[in-house]
Structures are given as C-alpha cells and as structure tokens.
Design a binder for this molecule. Structure first.
Ligand SMILES: Nc1nc2c(c(=O)[nH]1)N[C@H]1C(S)=C(S)[C@@H](COP(=O)(O)OP(=O)(O)OC[C@H]3O[C@@H](n4cnc5c(N)ncnc54)[C@H](O)[C@@H]3O)O[C@H]1N2
Ligand code: MOO
Length: 402
C-alpha cells in the first residue's frame, strides 16, 4: 500500500463518511446540531405592516394642507404592540402607536412622538415631518416573502437560526444524528490518568486529549480502559467495543514498525478493510484508516503531538461529515509568522501545532510550545527548510483564536 498525501487521505475518509440518519429535536435542543433538511419561511416577515417608532399613525394629507407650516389632527385611539384590530384611520384623525404595533388601515406614515406637539385631543404635526421620505413603517413581507430558504441543510444551528425558525412557526428541527465514538488506547506502558506510575510507565494522556477534543467538538465519546500490546487483549477489547455499535473507533499506539506494534495485524484478523496505512506527513505517518463492517476506524500512532494533528486533520472532518456538515475540512487561512522555525523532513508535508492570535488586526502565528493550547496547524509542503519571522504561512484554524 502506498503512502497517501494528507489531501488524498482526507478525500478517502470523507468518501466513507456520508451523513448518518436524521432525527427530529425540539428547537430549543437544536443548538450546535446540523440541519438535515432546508427549512423555508412559512409566512412573510414581518407578518403585518408595523410601526418602527413610538409615535402617531397618520393618514394621507392633501397637497393643500401641506402648504401650511403644520397640520392639526384629532387623536382617536391607541395601538399597542399586540393590538389585533384597530379599525381604519378616519380623515384628519391619528392614533397613538407603539414600536411594533400594527399600522391601521389608511395609515400612510408614522410620525415619531418627538416631532409632534400634543394638546389634549389635538396633535399638531409639522408639514416637514409629513413630507419626509422615511415613513417609519416596515411593510408586511418587506424583509422576506413566504417560501424562501431560511436555513439550508448542512448548516450548524446557531441561536440566530433558532430565532428565525421560531418566528416562522417551527418548534422542531430535523437534524443529523451525532456519531457514537469509542476510544481505545493501546500500550503496555500505559496507566490510566490518576494512577501511580512506575519507571518505564506512562500516563495515557491520549485518552484525555482525545476525549477533550471530542467533547469540545460536540461529539463526546466512550473511553475504554487501555490495553497492553498483546494481540489477544487488543482483539478482545475491539470486539467488546464493536458490540456497543459505535460509528467510529479511534485507537492510539501500536502503529509503528516495532515488534510490539500490532494494531494493523489485529485489524486484519478481525476482518477489517484497510483503506490507508501510512501517510506522507510528519509527524503522523504511522496511521491507519479502515472499516470494520460499517465502523470507521482510525488507528492513530502513540505520540500525543501526532495524535492531536491527525485528530484535527482527519478524525474531526470525518465526524463533521457524519453529522452532515456541508464543509467538514478545517478552515485554511494565511498568517504572519511571529517567530522563525526550522523543518526537518523533506518531500513530505510537515505539520506543526501552532497558536494563532490577532495582533493589530492581523492574524499572527507561532509554533506551539508544550504548555500552549493549540488552535492552529501549520502546513508546509514545499522544499523550503527555514521560515523567518514576518514570512506568511498557510494554516488550518482548529480552535478559537487565542
Ligand atoms: N525503527 C523505527 N521506529 C519508529 C518508526 C520507524 O519508522 N522506524 N516510526 C516512528 C513513528 S513516526 C511513530 S509515530 C512511532 C509509532 O508509534 P506507535 O504508534 O507504535 O506508538 P507506541 O510505540 O505505542 O508509542 C509511541 C510513544 O507514544 C507514547 N504513547 C503511546 N500511547 C500513549 C497514550 N495513550 N498517551 C500518551 N502517550 C502515549 C508511548 O509511550 C511512546 O512514547 O514509532 C516510531 N518508531
Ligand atoms: O507517525 Mo509518527 O506520528 O510520524 O510521528
């Protein structure tokens, strides 16, 4: 099997991650979920002609009346927001109206309070206010007509979408099912977080790194206990997980060329179909993607830096695609390097965890140190070995800006 480029690996993964089935949720639980059907407007917006100011609803005025400096009207009623029927304006009469109130029939404009002079039942309005272009009326259907797409399929629902949908009478939304993800860390040296470690042992940091990333991405996961580098133990752990009917299985460790690196062997023994088993990227070359029945399996290598990069570049896009996102790959942008850096590998794509920030309105990036929160991945595919502060570079944004 040949080493795939990152791009080809992403294509292959996405080709095997069509959206899962859909379900219906109450609108208030839809936040963050991906819409499984485009939803259309069911009524004009606004649904009635409404006032955009607190003021007076005024009928048409003749050209003769407008020759005077001001026109005097009789106040005949009051329209609050929520008043359902207010009748029509009689000639020479106005009604008090609140912002959002339904304008009465024969109303041609609303004049804001501050422009009018009120004396008991009389309202005096300057002719200049009656000649204004601006009518302070938002006409029925002027924002949007009926039958227009409000939110399209593949959109991740945000509160603004929910507002729009609620205004159109939706109280339920069709959304894609979220994938069920299982995590299995392999390695005889591993101890669960919190456990005591002896020389030669390591805390299984990958489990908390990945479960945290999955939680942040809204998927969550089930974490199996770490298993030693023994084919029997790995096989039975995977069989146990398959009984839980996951959509995705992510393993870490055991992907190298060493004597104790058994994942690919076990995967084959379980009848798995390998789709790639090596990538032209550093770090992260030692990784596998395949299918165990209908379960998509990502076997990531052991070192946490490689795990993090492969998660963002391959696993997270797969999960977004399974949830129906129309654009599952990370956002690619260019930024200024704030510190120089050197690359080692040649002829492969070099990836580096990085921290992107906004400085004076510019996107600036530097390689992450071990204490940093990685929110970007620098991608280098050319021959150049040294990059200096001030060079522009390409990156994937994978988290909120620092
Ligand atoms: N002779 C060669 N040796 C290695 C090669 C090679 O081409 N020739 N490739 C290297 C590359 S690249 C990688 S990546 C690793 C592959 O490693 P494995 O996937 O087999 O992972 P392990 O050997 O089990 O562990 C590597 C490293 O990561 C630590 N680790 C493992 N699991 C966890 C965990 N859950 N949490 C935290 N840390 C973990 C492990 O203790 C090791 O330090 O092989 C290279 N070798
Ligand atoms: O596969 Mo390794 O992760 O290149 O570092």
């Amino acid at each position: 099997m040949t080493e795939l480029s990152l791009r080809d690996a992403q294509r292959l993964v996405l080709a095997h991650c069509a959206p899962l089935s859909s379900t219906t949720l109450p609108l208030q639980y839809g936040y963050g979920r991906v819409l499984a059907a485009s939803l259309k407007s069911t009524r004009p917006k606004p649904s009635y002609s409404q006032s955009t100011r607190d003021g007076f609803a005024v009928p048409g005025v003749s050209a003769a009346e407008l020759r005077d400096r001001a026109v005097t009207f009789r106040l005949t009623g009051e329209i609050a927001a929520g008043t359902l029927e207010s009748g029509a304006l009689a000639p020479g009469c106005v009604m008090r109206i609140m912002t959002g109130g339904m304008v009465p029939r024969r109303c041609e404009r609303v004049v804001p309070f501050e422009d009018c002079h009120e004396e008991g039942e009389r309202v005096v309005i300057p002719a200049s206010a009656l000649r204004r272009q601006q009518t302070f009326i938002r006409k029925k259907g002027s924002v949007m007509g009926r039958g227009r797409v409000l939110v399209s399929r593949g959109t991740r629902l945000q509160p603004d979408h929910s507002l729009l949908l609620a205004e159109n009478g939706y109280h339920e939304v069709p959304v894609y099912r979220r994938p069920r993800v299982w995590l299995l860390c392999t390695g005889s040296e591993l101890v669960k977080p919190g456990g005591e470690i002896l020389p030669g042992q390591k805390i299984s940091g990958n489990s908390v790194l990945l479960s945290g990333l999955l939680e942040a991405d809204g998927t969550g996961c089930e974490v199996a206990d770490p298993v030693p580098d023994e084919a029997g133990a790995i096989g039975s752990a995977i069989r146990g997980i398959l009984q839980q009917e996951p959509d995705v299985l992510v393993t870490t460790g055991g992907m190298g060329p060493g004597k104790f690196d058994l994942i690919e062997q076990v995967f084959q023994e379980l009848g798995g179909q390998v789709l790639y088993n090596s990538l032209r990227v550093r770090p992260g070359k030692a990784t596998l993607f395949g299918l165990l029945g209908r379960v998509r399996c990502f076997a990531l290598p052991g070192p946490p830096p490689a795990v993090r990069l492969l998660y963002h570049e391959l696993v997270a896009p797969a999960l977004r695609s399974l949830q129906g996102f129309s654009r599952p790959l990370p956002l690619r942008v260019r930024a200024w390097l704030s510190e120089s850096l050197c690359l080692r590998g040649q002829g492969v794509m070099n990836m580096k965890g990085a921290v992107a920030t906004l400085q004076d309105g510019r996107l600036v990036v530097r390689q992450a140190g071990f204490q940093d929160r990685v929110n970007a991945i620098l991608l280098f595919s050319g021959r150049k070995k040294t990059y200096r502060a001030g060079d522009t570079v390409s990156l994937h944004l994978v988290g909120p800006l620092a």
